[in-house]
Design a protein around this ligand. Structure first.
Ligand SMILES: Cc1ncc(COP(=O)(O)O)c(C=O)c1O
Length: 383
């Protein structure tokens, strides 16, 4: 079946935050959802459930866990048991639950920067000390984990490391050796790993996603993996995700804390997630081909048409991380909003030191992406 990712859909008439935060002449390339229709199979499974007409409290279904189990095996070569899978509403809730479940006030929590902004709230939410470890950047602009840097960020109080793999906003899909080096440090210092793998199905052809817990039993024993179909299949508003925890003691603690603080997965979200993992593979393969073209188009355009802007090719996600340091702009996202009428995420959202950066969402029809890029080019040339 062919899916039309070029289709232009008016999202302004929906509740979309991406499309309704700014004036109507602004093209929004910010929040991380896409402008694509979800797969037809998801839409029809939701329609079938809606026809039932009663939406009371639901019991999470083994069939959903089974769909996740099969997907992880098929797409990521990771074998887990059905009992390892815990359904939860959201990944942000999941990593906050993990922090609550496994730490005591005064412990420290470690993560890489630049980081997805909600990572910065976790320490305060659970009375923890926040430690950030900047990813190292090579001359090509690509970010990497350097074991010594990571190791030197660890303190005796560090209890939990929040990994984001693939990484938002840099788009890195970490290599086996990078993952092993982080895991080695965590095993040595008895640090739990909470691995946010929400972008794991959005990886381009040159690499693949490696779930850190799949690397060894020892690593799996200290890891809580969080995943969802939400980014990939454009169902983020339906609040459904999963945690995979193979260590029964950690899992029990996570389940208890989830029940206290997060509650259960959304009924319709669970149906959408199950359908995505049961039937979504063809659609996903076509989405990835489309996104890869967008990614390459963005990369080439930035290189040749946006003077002073640099980026490295994201290996994953539909997010471009643009370094505007050589443009001389003091507030690049503000400039592009006011002068180009394009809404991007301000780099400082990912860490104070990244205010020279913007994040651009290329999960949209090519026509929209090109319109946004042309507007940015004109604004840069006319200033
Ligand atoms: C790394 C990462 N984690 C979590 C989320 C959001 O997860 P959820 O909507 O399931 O809370 C996002 C959304 O952009 C994200 O990029």
């Amino acid at each position: 079946m062919n899916y039309d990712f070029d289709q232009i859909i008016n999202r302004r008439e929906s509740e979309s935050i991406k499309w309704n935060l700014y004036e109507t002449d602004v093209l929004p390339l910010w929040v991380a959802d896409t402008d694509f229709l979800s797969p037809p199979s998801i839409i029809s499974s939701l329609q079938d459930r809606i026809d039932h007409g009663i939406f009371g409290y639901a019991k999470p279904q083994d069939s959903t866990k089974r769909a996740i189990q099969l997907w992880l095996d098929k797409r990521h070569n990771w074998k887990v048991n059905l009992v390892d899978v815990v359904l939860i509403p959201g990944v942000v809730q999941g990593f906050n639950v993990a922090a609550k479940a496994y730490t005591n006030p005064g412990d420290s929590i470690l993560f890489h920067t630049p980081a997805y902004h909600p990572f910065f709230n976790v320490a305060q939410n659970s009375n923890l000390i926040q430690i950030t470890s900047p990813l190292s950047r090579d001359p090509s602009g690509s970010y990497k984990v350097i074991e010594d840097d990571f190791q030197s960020s660890v303190t005796p109080e560090t209890r939990i490391f929040m990994l984001c793999n693939p990484q938002n906003p840099t788009g890195r899909a970490f290599s086996k050796s990078e993952l092993l080096s982080m895991a080695k440090v965590c095993l040595k210092h008895k640090i739990l790993i909470c691995s946010d793998e929400i972008h794991s199905d959005l990886v381009f052809t040159e690499t693949n996603h490696i779930p850190i817990a799949s690397l060894s039993e020892d690593i799996s024993n200290i890891t809580i993996t969080l995943l969802s179909a939400s980014k990939t299949f454009n169902i983020a508003g339906l609040k459904s995700s999963a945690a995979v925890i193979t260590n029964p003691i950690l899992r029990e603690r996570f389940v208890q804390t989830t029940n206290r603080f997060a509650g259960s997965v959304n009924l319709l979200g669970e149906i959408a997630m199950r359908t995505a993992f049961e039937n979504g593979e063809d659609w996903l393969n076509m989405l990835l081909s489309y996104l890869e073209i967008n990614r390459n188009l963005l990369f080439d355009f930035v290189q040749s048409e946006l003077p002073g802007v640099h980026m490295s090719k994201p290996e994953s996600t539909y997010l471009g991380w643009l370094d505007c340091g050589d443009t001389g702009l003091r507030n690049p996202s503000g400039f592009f909003l006011e002068q180009a009428h394009v809404a991007l995420n301000n780099g400082s959202w990912f860490g104070d030191e990244y205010n020279n950066f913007v994040r651009l969402n290329f999960g949209c029809p090519q026509e929209r992406l090109l319109t946004g890029l042309e507007r940015m080019r004109t604004a840069l040339l006319q200033r």
